[in-house]
Design a protein. Structure first.
Length: 415
């Protein structure tokens, strides 16, 4: 096939009203998704289900015959949300995945990126809802990518059909580590003080989780059980900080649901039996998380209220974040023996407004589940505290220029 010819002609394959589900984040089958969007103007109207988007595939200016849905607004999906083109399904990530398994969400067409090794297929970079979506789909198109790592735990199941195969024309999507700044380093220094030898780590995408991980090379016998792993995990394994020896389960194994990073990370996980890319029912399952010793969940937020309520979803009524796995892991860490649930965020936004607020506009993690809140100004230990003490501790870690206003808002609320 000439290089300029499309890898597949979607005409006749896509039907009016189809729900098309594609691999998310770095597992996006970019050869297929780019071809689909290039042909969109000539196809019947369809719906596209997305997760985090780290490619340039999905444009807000694309034909109006395509509508987009997602369980959150992560990465370049924000462009679609800002343009009013993304319908957000407010759901915990684990529940979102379970809904595909239970057929509450039903895909018509599934586009997936797979790795192949010695005749075996692997979902490679993500063991998520796409597999369950494929089990019930009318059409499954697999992009076999020779540059995708073969990962254990994510082997493609025999009961998930593959109707069409194409060869990838580009390497997997990468997400390079973000450069650290002074604020993220200060936040990381405070958060690192809560992480002891033998802790097992969960974390998300972004500058603050990267900063926290980069500050832990001195900690011993760390473990990883997370929704994702990134390049910083390779650093911790190679320096000997991560051994996975003290987790209580999965000894010696780094457990994740997704692999999000650079080619260096992809080379590291390729056919590496010390890394398991497992389904959400395992990585986010409450029964599993409660068995892990000293699980430390490190998640971020857009706002935290004086009562400890956490908002990771909206600002000024606009969706710019996600529930994701935050509540799953907060509750899992709280149930873990010796576990900690850390919410880390800058005290101010890019516009200078305080991210410590009197009342959050959307509650992602309820105040009853909160443990420790961290900003560049310190740590607010909230577990077991009454509302008055919580407010005092939260104001203490707000930016100094906003503390007087927060005290005044608190006083007025009490009147």
């Amino acid at each position: 096939m000439p290089e300029h010819a499309p890898p597949i002609d979607f005409s006749g394959l896509i039907r009016d009203g189809d729900l098309i589900v594609c691999g998310q984040a770095t597992a996006e089958p970019a050869t297929l998704t780019e071809a689909l969007m290039a042909q969109a103007a000539h196809l019947p109207p369809y719906r596209m289900m997305l997760g985090p988007v780290f490619s340039e595939t999905f444009s807000a200016s694309c034909t109006g015959s395509v509508s987009f849905q997602s369980y959150g607004v992560i990465g370049n999906a924000r462009r679609l949300a800002k343009a009013g083109r993304l319908d957000v399904i407010p759901s915990n990530y684990s529940a979102f995945c379970a809904d595909f398994a239970a057929r509450r969400h039903k895909a018509d067409v599934v586009l997936v990126q797979l790795a192949e090794s010695r005749g075996r297929l692997s979902a490679s970079l993500s063991n998520d809802y796409v597999i369950d979506a494929a089990r019930g789909a009318r059409l499954v198109i697999a992009e076999i990518n020779p540059d995708s790592p073969f990962t254990f735990g994510a082997e493609w199941p025999e009961d998930a059909p593959i109707h069409v195969r194409v060869v990838a024309r580009r390497p997997p999507v990468e997400l390079a580590p973000m450069p650290l700044d002074d604020v993220s380093r200060r936040i990381a220094a405070h958060a690192a003080g809560l992480i002891v030898d033998g802790s097992t780590l969960q974390f998300g995408v972004g500058r603050i989780p990267d900063a926290v991980l980069s500050s832990l090379s001195h900690v011993r016998n760390l473990g990883i059980h997370s929704g994702l792993i990134n390049d910083a995990v390779v650093d911790l394994i190679e320096c000997g900080a991560v051994t996975n020896a003290a987790k209580g389960i999965d000894a010696g194994i780094t457990v994740t649901n997704q692999v999000i990073g650079s080619r260096r990370l992809y080379r590291f996980v390729h056919e590496n039996k010390a890394v398991a890319v497992r389904p959400t029912s395992y990585t986010h399952g409450q029964g599993v998380l409660a068995r892990i010793s000293r699980l430390v969940a490190i998640n971020s937020a857009l706002q935290v209220g004086l009562d400890g309520s956490v908002n990771s979803e909206t600002l000024n009524g606009v969706a710019i974040g996600a529930i994701g796995g935050q509540l799953d892991f907060v509750r899992g860490a709280n149930a873990s023996p010796g576990g900690r649930a850390i919410i880390a965020l800058p005290a101010t936004g890019s516009d200078g407004t305080s991210r410590i607020v009197s009342i959050v506009e959307t509650v992602t993690t309820p105040r009853a589940d909160v443990d420790a809140i961290v900003t560049e100004w310190g740590v607010a230990e909230l577990r077991g505290c009454g509302l008055a003490e919580r407010a005092r501790r939260m104001i203490a870690i707000a930016a100094p220029e906003h503390r007087d206003a927060l005290w005044e808002q608190l006083r007025r609320a009490a009147c």
